[in-house]
Every structure is written in C-alpha cells, then in structure tokens.
Design a protein around this ligand. Structure first.
Ligand code: ADP
Length: 696
C-alpha cells in the first residue's frame, strides 16, 4: 500500500473439514480433509431457488444500510448456485456461528434454502429495528415539538408584553406563603393559583382569578396590633381629645376595663361577649371622633363605614364570584384597609339601614355583631370564613328607635344629647379653634377669638345640637383671616362680634323668640327631629269668615287632625274658656307653622295649637319664653309625647326658660342633663286647663 503497509485478499476456493488443530504462535494450522462437493445438476428447482435468493437479497439491499447494489451485481455474475449462496451469506452482517452453519451444509439445495431463511431473518431483524427506531423517533419528535411550541409561546407572550407571567406566579406563591393564612384558606389560595396557571393571561377569567387571590393575600389573617391596656392612659387621651361628655367617657372606660379583665382572666377558647356600644345622638356631637380616640387609646386601627341607605345584603356580605365585577362586602373591604384583624370598627348610621327585595342587610349585620357567630364570618365573595371576633365594633345612630329591634338588643346605647352654649364655647376654645387655626396655616398669635365673638357664632350662625356647623363657621372665619393676612392687608385679627358679622355676613338665625312673641297668637312648640330637637312657632290669626279652619305650613295628616281636635275642644268648652257661644260664626281661623317648606308632622303640637288659637281669640299675649309639647284628647287630657330629652335640650339651646310637658313624661326627667335643668323649668300637666292657666 502507498504507506508501505501490506494488504492481502484471501479467497476461499473450496470446503475443507478440520481434522485437528496444530496450534502455532501467530496463526492456526490444522490437518484438513477436502470435502468433495458434487456439481449440482441444472434443474428448474435449483433455478427457482436461486431466483428467490437473489430477489430476497435485493430486498435486503434496500433495507440494510451496509449493503450496496455492487454486491447484487457480484452475486448475479456468479454461475455456480452453491457459490451464490456462499457469497450471499458472506455479505451478511450476522454472527460467525450462523455463517459457519451455512458453510457446513454440503448439499447445495439445502444450503440455498437455509441461506434464504437466514436472509429473511435478517430482513425481519432490520425491519423490527427500524420500527423500534421510528417509534422512538416519534416519541422524541413529539417532545421536541412540545418544547418548540412552548418556546414559541414564550416568544409570543414576550411580544405581547406579558413575559412576566411566570414571574407573577412565583411572586403570588410567595405572597400566599407570607400572608400566613389559616391552613384551609392557604389550601384554597394555592388551588386557585394552580387553576390560574392554566388560564391564558389575556382572558378575563385570569383577571377574576388574580383579583380573588389578591383579596385573599391582602387580608390581615394574622396581623394584629397590640392592645394598650392602660386605662389611665385611655382616660387621658379621651379627656385630651374631647371636652365634657363625662358620662360617655366614664362608660367607655368601664367598657375597656371590663374587656381587659375578661381577656386576661378568661380561658383561651372562651368567647368574649361584651355588649356592643352604640353612640346615639344628633350629628356633630362627637360620636365619630370619640371612636377615633378610643382607637388611639387602645393602640388599634380605626375604620368606619356608613350604613346610611344600605339596602342590599351584598353590601355587607359581598357578591358571589359568579357575578361579573363581584367584590367582597364592606366589612371585608374595610379590614383590608385596616391591615389588622382587630381594629375599632365603627358602623355609622345603623338607624338608616334599609331593607328591600335584595335582602335584609340587618340580618347580615346581626351575624357580624354576634360574638357567637362572628368568629366565622362568611363573605359571599371570599367563600372562606374570616374571624371577626377580635374586632371591637361601635355603632352610631341619630335615632335610637329606628334601629331594628334584634340589632338594638345586642347594643348598649350611650347618649350624646348635644351641647349647651357654655359647653360649645369651651369646645370651640379648646378644640375647634386651635384645630382650624392649624388647618388654615395660621399662627396662634395671628387670630384670637373673643368670648362674645364665639357666642355670636354659636347663637346666630348655627342652630344645632352638635358642633359641626360651628366648626364650619369657625373655618369660614379662619379662611377669611388667612386671606387678609396673605394679602398683607392685616397682620392679625381679633374676632369680636363685629368682626364675625363682617366676615360671615348677616345673621343667619335670629333669636326670634322675644321678637316674634310680642303679639298674641304665637305659641312656641317643641319638635323632635333627627338633628336633636328644635323649637317650632305656631301662629294663629283670625279674619272675618264663616267658622272655617285653615291650615298651612306643610303639615302632615296627624298635625292637621290635632289642629282640628284643638279647634273642636275650644268650641266644646267655650263656656269654660269664657268665649262667646258663637265666637266662631263670623270668623275664619288660620293656623300657620312657619318654615313652610319643611314638612312637619306628629301629634305633640296639640296643646301648642290650643294655646295659639285661644291667644288670638282672646287677644291675649302668651307668656314670654314659654315652650310646650303635648298631645290632646277631645276631652282635654294632655297625653304623653316622645323625645322629651331632645326637646328640652333644644328649648334650652333656644333660650326658653320654661316648658310645659305632659304629666306622664315625668319619668323622662332623669334623662335630661342637669346642665339643662339648671336653667330650664319644666311643668308637667295633666289637663289642657292647666296649660291655659300657665300660658295665658
Ligand atoms: P358625629 O360623629 O357625632 O356626627 P363628629 O365626631 O364628626 O360628630 O364631630 C364633629 C366635630 O366636632 C369633630 O371635629 C369633633 O372633633 C368635634 N367635637 C364634637 N364633640 C366634641 C367635644 N366634646 N370635644 C371636642 N370636639 C368635639
């Protein structure tokens, strides 16, 4: 060979039988005897067999990669049938043993048969191998395909800008872990996460799922603030933030103290049943702000929802997730905001809860407030229980008697009646004015309210039980002063009564009592409103006519009827009242209740109507500074009324010195604050005659 190595081609030319091996060093030598092969006679049988052999060999060539057409040509060039078989076998890639077997077959016909068998076995082997291989190939290409598709999907998502989907899932899983949910909830959250992974990120369902998970994650399952149990600290904070309200503060402190003791001394699984406080009273009397102070004192978060106008149970309890745009109810939503599971939770205006076909929110609230049930509050949206038992609920209401009975049953009402003028002055000085000065960016040295200025603000620019409008008017004054100071026109201002009217314009509420009651026919009634009671003028006048009674001032049916009853009483008792028998024949009586645009109703103006009518009929002035309230019967009995406390407080606020009230209301006397009773005389009467004696 070109590289100086040697190559040898060896060709077998005949069969020998080994008699005995004579072993030598580098190659075998043996004693052999020649096998005589009979020359085969040409026959159809052999010819056919050879044709079969070459055919099957050609098939093999097609399949076996190690054979080529050349070998077929080689075979076809051989004439001796035995040699054809020998050569064919030598081409095959089979084990030596098989080849040897063929070699040992002397009979040509048998040898050809065996060769054909061998070849067809080889074909089968190759075919099977190929099938296995193609199966394997299939398997491989399938997984390759998936891999490829997935890569493509990634590329598409990247193109669409949501390549962070995977990252998002990872983040969510971590957040779920961190949220420290109860086991049951944790399981549900993870299940939802797995579900979400299967939803395409652009489908709306993905967002629904995501929002739900976010809610679960954001709820304070285990976060709570540590309670500050120091009662004297609580007292200090309550006193600092609010003037007066002594009884209320005392009751709150007692409530806190009992809670503390119970908490320390109760066993672990005891349900702490303490009544829910309900702050009842007109607006602006400090209910909300006391609630905030309690939260401050206890070191808890404060959340508040207003129930005014809530008619739908779902607002409390949430919508089921099957609704589009469903969300949890307000309780759960507020807890998410509070970020702790034990806030002070104020339910405002619980008396203004509505009810209609969408369910009864008060029954949902019952569940919220009931310590026996609220450790497993079930919001329709969340579908998992949340423990509300660590929350301290406080409710507020303007009108206690409008609170649904079962709810009221669970609450203890603390009265916020409203303030008298002296208290309002103190509240202004200590709280409202400093607060507004600060809020308007002023310095204490720049604005000073004189006592009389404050009184004028209270008296003539506000008429309310609370101090909300007062605070607004103080803010008005501060704003005007701030404007003047920043314009450079003044350096500081003292708010005297003159300044008040300069800044706020003409007086809004006149102290009309003295003014209006100068003439006969005007009586002062006491009304009860959601804002804590008010005074009400009832005017009567007579004119030539035919004995008709005319009523104006947007009176309700009850009030109209009580005017008619009053008129009938006078006509029936003309003698006792020393009136002429036909006093009404040629006059018409007109009763008007001013502030004509405001609807008024209720039976308690009966005695006031009689007094006003008699006053005009007899042309006699009614006593100064006298207010009255009481229903009448046709027989002249004075019947009891509601809301004496509010009415008395309102009368006191308006500067009335003496009121007449039904005898049966005497029991309400103890509800009326001492500071009111100090300046206000109350006479309890049984009979209209007594009223007339006192008033005319
Ligand atoms: P409510 O909830 O009863 O309608 P708010 O609590 O909102 O009334 O009170 C209105 C405003 O009056 C608040 O700014 C509050 O701080 C103030 N206020 C009410 N009562 C007092 C009080 N006794 N002492 C100090 N500020 C008060």
């Amino acid at each position: 060979m070109p590289d100086n190595s040697k190559s040898a081609i060896v060709q077998g030319i005949g069969r020998v039988k080994i008699q005995k091996f004579i072993k030598e060093k580098t190659y075998f030598t043996a004693d052999v005897s020649k096998v005589s092969e009979k020359a085969v006679k040409k026959s159809v049988e052999i010819d056919t067999k050879i044709t079969n052999l070459t055919e099957i060999f050609n098939q093999l060539i097609d399949l076996a990669p190690y054979l080529s057409e050349e070998q077929a040509t080689t075979l076809s060039s051989i004439a001796d049938p035995g040699k054809i078989a020998d050569r064919a076998v030598s081409f095959l890639n089979i084990n030596i043993g098989d080849k040897q077997n063929i070699l040992e077959i002397i009979d040509v016909s048998t040898r050809i048969d065996s060769t054909i068998k061998l070849i067809s076995k080889e074909i089968q082997r190759i075919e099977l191998g190929q099938k296995i291989q193609s199966d394997v190939q299939d398997e491989i290409s399938k997984s390759q395909r998936e891999y490829y598709l997935r890569e493509q999907l990634k590329a598409i998502q990247k193109e669409l800008g949501d390549e962070d989907v995977g990252l998002e899932f990872q983040e969510l899983a971590e957040k779920i872990k961190k949220a420290k949910m109860p086991k049951k909830v944790d399981k549900i959250a993870n299940k939802e996460l797995n579900r979400m992974k299967k939803i395409p990120s652009h489908s709306p369902e993905y967002t629904v799922s995501r929002t739900y998970l976010d809610w679960l994650i954001d709820l304070p399952w285990n976060d709570e603030s540590n309670d500050n149990n120091d009662i004297s600290n609580a007292q200090n904070i309550l006193d600092e933030d609010h003037y007066g309200l002594v009884k209320v503060k005392d009751r709150i402190l007692e409530h806190l103290a009992v809670r503390n003791l119970k908490k320390i001394r109760s066993k672990k699984n005891d349900i702490l049943k303490s009544p829910i406080l309900c702050f009842g009273g007109p607006p602006g009397t400090g209910k909300t702000s006391i609630g905030k102070s309690i939260a401050k004192a206890m070191g808890r978060k404060f959340v508040r929802i207003s129930l005014g106008g809530v008619r739908d149970e779902a607002e409390i309890r949430g919508h089921r997730r099957t609704y589009i745009g469903a969300l949890p109810g307000r309780i759960i939503a507020s807890l998410k905001k509070a970020k702790t599971k034990n806030p002070i939770f104020m339910l405002d205006e619980i008396d203004k809860l509505g009810m209609d076909f969408r369910g009864d929110p008060s029954s949902a609230l019952l569940e919220v407030l009931d310590p026996e049930q609220n450790f497993s509050f079930n919001d329709h949206y969340l579908e998992v229980d949340f423990d509300l038992s660590n929350i301290m609920f406080i409710t507020t209401a303007n009108q206690i008697d409008r609170i649904p009975g079962p709810l009221l049953d669970r609450m203890e009402v603390l009265d916020f009646t409203g303030y008298i003028i002296e208290e309002k002055v103190e509240i202004s000085k200590k709280h409202l004015i400093p607060k507004q000065i600060k809020e308007h960016g002023l310095k204490k040295s720049e604005i000073k309210f004189s006592e009389n200025g404050i009184k004028l603000l209270i008296d003539s620019y506000t008429r309310e039980a609370g101090v909300r409008n007062l605070e607004r008017q103080i803010a008005n004054v501060c704003r005007k002063v701030a404007k003047d100071i920043s314009a450079g026109s003044i350096k500081k201002s003292t708010i005297s009564p003159l300044k008040v009217s300069e800044y706020l314009g003409p007086i809004i509420f006149h102290s009309e009592i003295a003014e209006r009651c100068k003439k006969p026919g005007i009586a002062i009634g006491l009304a009860w409103t959601a804002f804590g009671g008010d005074i009400l003028f009832i005017e009567a006048s007579k004119m030539p006519g035919k004995g008709a009674l005319k009523l104006t001032g947007k009176l309700g049916d009850v009030m109209k009827e009580s005017a008619e009853a009053a008129f009938s009483y006078i006509r029936t008792n003309y003698k006792k009242l020393s009136l002429d028998k036909n006093f009404y024949k040629d006059i018409d009586l007109h009763i008007h209740v001013p502030a004509g645009a405001i609807p008024k109703d209720g039976p308690s103006a009966g005695i006031t109507m009689i007094t006003a009518m008699l006053s005009v009929l007899k042309n006699k002035k009614i006593k100064n500074n006298l207010g009255m309230t009481g229903e009448i019967s046709l027989r002249g009995n004075v019947l009891p009324i509601g809301g004496l406390k509010e009415k008395a407080t309102a009368a006191h606020r308006a500067g009335i010195k003496h009121i007449i009230a039904p005898f049966q209301n005497k029991k309400d006397l103890e509800e009326i604050p001492d500071r009111v009773l100090k300046d206000l005389k109350i006479t309890f009467v049984k009979d209209v005659e007594e009223v007339i004696k006192l008033s005319l």
